[in-house]
Design a protein around this ligand. Structure first.
Ligand code: IFM
Length: 468
């Protein structure tokens, strides 16, 4: 086919263009104005748990600088923002008395966003469980489903008149795997028995919060999962079986109960005696109709058999030809479209609206150029590749409604502390100065041109030809 000028490739009207953050990673002031401590407060203050002993005590000081950060979003031309509410800011003990000053912070944030034409999108749980609830068993206590629904109801009543899109949980797989199986994340447990129980309680909590939303809410509610296409490292029977297990463990463990009402059969085999009995009533609770699915996509997993890597007996094989991020993740842009299409066709989502609720990369600090601009070419390439992937998925009929870059700001990357920078805006943690990187300027261009800037400098092939 000959090269010729084609109409600019565009994203659909009404597409949400945003960035995503989470409370503990950016807010700072964790105990201000009557807030209670969260498990991350305790974990980060426990010696030896985080890189360099870093905590979220100050983070990006967003709690006090949120207006400047919202102004920055507007300067970048963004029309949406995904953030999380800190449960223990608004319910210091996790349940019971509401802290009006905590609620007031999110009120002000939502109003500031709306004043600048930016749609707020709230995640109710992004890993910062109130410490008081952890002291009562946390995600291991089945009562947590109703504690979560009660907290969700407080948030819906306070913000639901202005927030049209709600997510219950962010990345339940990471909560269970990182927090209860491997212990790298709060609360730092290491137990094969606890992990599936926690996953199940997370899903029950999701179901009860969706029910609470139906009783109160006027708009849309969904779940955010992190997904990775699992590709076999070889065609050996062992690697193929490990790939199926890894897929069931990471990708299907949450999607199938929520969308289809059953756990993948592989899980019971994988966990053996650690797998809990699952009452049918729980599965019915978990399978509440949702309005959208949020997909966090970062990388793929080329998978090989490894008996020592429980529970899936699967490990990720390094690809010598690939670029890797600072968190050790392979850059694999085709995986975004592959994941979205998989979710639609085989993950059970069908035509459910999808959002890319996180996508981004940590690379070392960008160099400061003479004119003060921050150059981060690897991150620009990452976004170019993945945004082309998002467009490719839309062309292939995926009902994709929005994209959120992770993250607006360099921030607190959990147990890595401040050593991994995911921001499109650089943060000097000494001064709190924000400086947009080249990736922020690139993203702003993509948003302004509805995608055409993804192909700048390239001859576009004829309409209908694949460009991604
Ligand atoms: O920083 C995290 C975020 O909290 C959840 N998703 C992945 C990001 C990068 O690791």
């Amino acid at each position: 086919m000959s090269e010729q000028t084609a109409p600019a490739p565009t994203f659909p009207p009404g597409f949400l263009w945003g960035t995503a953050t989470s409370a503990y990673q950016i807010e700072g002031s964790p105990l201000a104005d009557g807030a209670g401590p969260s498990i991350w407060h305790r974990f980060a203050h426990t010696p030896g748990r985080t890189h360099n002993g870093d905590t979220g005590d100050v983070a990006c000081d967003h709690y006090r600088r949120f207006k400047d950060d919202v102004a920055l979003m507007q300067q970048l031309g963004l029309n949406a923002y995904r953030f999380s509410v800190s449960w223990s800011r608004i319910l210091p003990a996790g349940k019971g008395a509401v802290n009006p000053r905590g609620v007031a912070f999110y009120d002000r944030l939502v109003d500031a966003l709306l004043e600048r034409g930016i749609q707020p999108t709230v995640t109710l749980y992004h890993w910062d469980l109130p410490q008081a609830l952890d002291d009562a068993g946390g995600w291991l206590n089945p009562e947590i489903a109703s504690w979560f629904a009660d907290y969700a109801q407080v948030a819906f009543r306070a913000l639901g008149d202005r927030v049209p899109l709600w997510a219950t949980l962010n990345e339940p797989w990471v909560v269970a795997d990182g927090g209860y199986l491997h212990g790298a994340l709060a609360p730092g447990h290491r137990s094969l028995v606890e992990a599936p129980r926690v996953s199940h309680n997370l899903l029950r909590a999701h179901g009860m919060a969706v029910q609470a939303y139906r009783a109160e809410g006027k708009h849309q509610i969904g779940l955010v999962v992190n997904l990775e296409p699992k590709h076999p490292a070889s065609s050996s029977t062992q690697d193929l079986a490990a790939t199926r297990r890894a897929d069931a463990y990471m990708n299907r463990q949450y999607l199938e109960p929520v969308l289809s009402g059953a756990y993948p059969a592989e899980l019971a085999e994988m966990f053996g005696e650690a797998w809990p009995a699952v009452p049918d009533a729980d599965l019915r609770l978990i399978r509440q109709p949702i309005d959208f699915l949020g997909v966090n996509y970062y990388t793929r997993g080329v998978t090989r058999h490894d008996d020592t890597a429980l529970p899936a007996r699967a490990a990720t094989a390094r690809q010598p030809q690939s670029v890797y991020t600072d968190t050790g993740w392979e850059v694999y842009a085709p995986g975004l479209a592959e994941t979205l299409i998989w979710v639609r066709d085989r993950g059970g989502a069908g035509d459910l609206p999808l959002y890319v609720t996180e996508n981004g990369a940590a690379f070392p600090d960008p160099a400061q150029s003479t004119n003060g601009a921050m150059e981060d070419p690897l991150r620009v390439d990452y976004y170019r590749g993945h945004l082309r992937g998002a467009l490719d998925a839309i062309r292939r009929g995926v009902n994709l409604r929005g994209y959120f870059a992770w993250s607006l700001l360099d921030n607190y990357e959990w147990s890595h502390g401040y050593s991994k920078r995911f921001g499109i805006v650089h943060v000097d943690f000494e001064t709190q100065r924000r400086t947009p990187k080249a990736s922020a300027r690139f993203y702003a261009d993509v948003v302004r041109t509805h995608g055409a800037a993804l192909f700048d400098g390239e001859a576009l092939s004829a309409p209908g030809a694949a460009r991604a």
